[in-house]
Design a protein around this ligand. Structure first.
Ligand code: ADP
Length: 393
């Protein structure tokens, strides 16, 4: 019997959904309800390869979206065995996925102070889905749990230690489900047990992170207390001089929230290029000579290369450097520019293999003489959540 699992990812104004075969990772159904709470709320989905779109009612919210999703799922005739919910913040409590009960719900709510928009939306999604599917096990998979293996030297900031002990101020890391998937897949490609596989994985999408994984365990990662630290991202700035937010607040006469918005939504590739956060647009325009686009790509790759090289000290048994996410899986330019910094480490990328690795086609892109392998591996975060949820069915 197929082990089919509903995977839900409830954001503040959207619900992403899929039915995933927990053994193969194949999605028979996938879709998104968007603009929830607005007049143009809509739902689009792909069922066995065929696309459909429907409008939701005026100002439809999460409940209306989940009702519509439930109807679509009912029409497929699939009998799901569990529901996996993506939850952003699991604090220090959740080192793996958890069967949802009152305790788990309270913890997700408590961690909302650290990820207010995300955790409250995730919670709403779980509670609504529990009403729609009261007889199925609901399982929460956390973005942070994969990083709970990090040592203190990697997750404690150089701040007064009480801030960690009393307020939980530390690096948590995010994108854990993707990095876990990349680890498992790369172990398969290398034909090694996961527990003996060591990689540096770069998840490059709208949000971007690099993780250091030694012998199957995360030992460092670039996203921090929030998903703002580290790499240059689509609209997020990544690392900054920590005095800058305060300075900008005074200089521009803005509030702390406005500066937070500037760092999260108006910075990164978009901010530097003053053009777009979309890597495809930037690549096209850079080719035509747009200086902002060229600079944004240059800074993006340089920061990424610095992080990857920094994590070489964290991963002494390094087997491979792996690229994933919309940019990592598709942009041969970003991979080539980034890996260009590693020539003097003896790590080299094959031009042709690099060009061919895109649109879901992954594989090894390093040359046969490269001292470390470089791979492109398409991610499948939903599969991780589905597989974890299926274990509770
Ligand atoms: P999210 O983090 O929202 O899941 P994705 O992983 O889908 O995002 O990545 C989105 C990014 O991937 C965008 O910057 C987009 O431009 C980039 N991308 C997608 N396809 C390509 C491509 N063919 N070439 C370059 N960049 C691409």
């Amino acid at each position: 019997m197929k082990k089919e699992v509903i995977v839900l990812n409830c954001g503040s104004s959207s619900v992403k959904f899929a039915i995933i075969d927990a053994d193969t990772g194949v999605a028979g159904l996938s879709g998104i309800a968007e603009s929830l709470g607005n007049s143009d709320a809509s739902l689009s989905y792909k069922l066995n390869g065929e696309k459909s779109k429907q409008r939701l009612g005026e100002k439809a919210g999460h409940t209306e979206a989940l009702n519509a999703i439930q109807e679509i799922i009912a029409k497929t005739g699939v009998k799901p065995i569990a529901i996996g919910h993506r939850v952003v913040h699991g604090g220090e409590k959740f080192k793996q996925a958890a069967l949802v009960n009152e305790d788990v719900l309270s913890a997700i709510e408590a961690y909302a102070s650290m990820a207010p928009l995300h955790n409250m939306a995730n919670l709403k999604g779980i509670v609504t889905a529990q009403m729609a599917y009261p007889d199925l096990p609901h399982v929460a998979g956390f973005d942070t749990s994969f990083f709970q293996s990090m040592p203190q030297k990697a997750f404690i900031y150089a701040l007064p230690i009480e801030l960690y002990k009393e307020h939980g101020i530390r690096r948590y890391g995010f994108h854990g489900t993707s990095h876990k998937f990349i680890l498992d897949s790369t172990a398969g490609l290398l034909n090694k047990p996961v527990s003996q596989t060591s990689i540096i994985s770069a998840h490059l999408g709208n949000g971007c992170s690099v993780s250091a994984i030694e012998q199957g365990e995360a030992v460092d990662t670039s996203l921090g207390f929030t998903p703002l630290e580290g790499l240059v991202m689509g609209t997020r700035c990544g690392d900054l001089d920590p005095s800058l937010p305060g300075t900008l607040q005074k200089k521009l006469g803005k509030t702390a929230d406005e500066i937070n918005d500037l760092l999260n939504k108006q910075s990164g590739l978009l901010g530097i290029s003053a053009l777009s956060n979309d890597c495809r647009t930037l690549e096209d325009e850079a080719l035509k000579g747009h200086e902002g686009a060229q600079l944004a790509i240059e800074i993006f790759c340089y920061r990424l290369a610095k992080y990857i090289s920094g994590y070489m000290v964290s991963v002494p048994s390094l087997d491979a450097i792996v690229f994933t996410g919309g940019i990592g899986e598709n942009s041969s330019l970003i991979r080539e520019t980034t890996m260009g910094y590693f020539k003097h480490f003896g790590i080299t990328v094959d031009e042709q293999k690099n060009l061919e690795a895109r649109f879901g086609k992954g594989g090894e892109i390093s040359t046969s003489s490269s001292t470390t392998s470089v791979f492109v591996v398409p991610t499948n975060e939903e599969w991780v959540i589905a597989a974890e949820a299926a274990e509770f069915a």
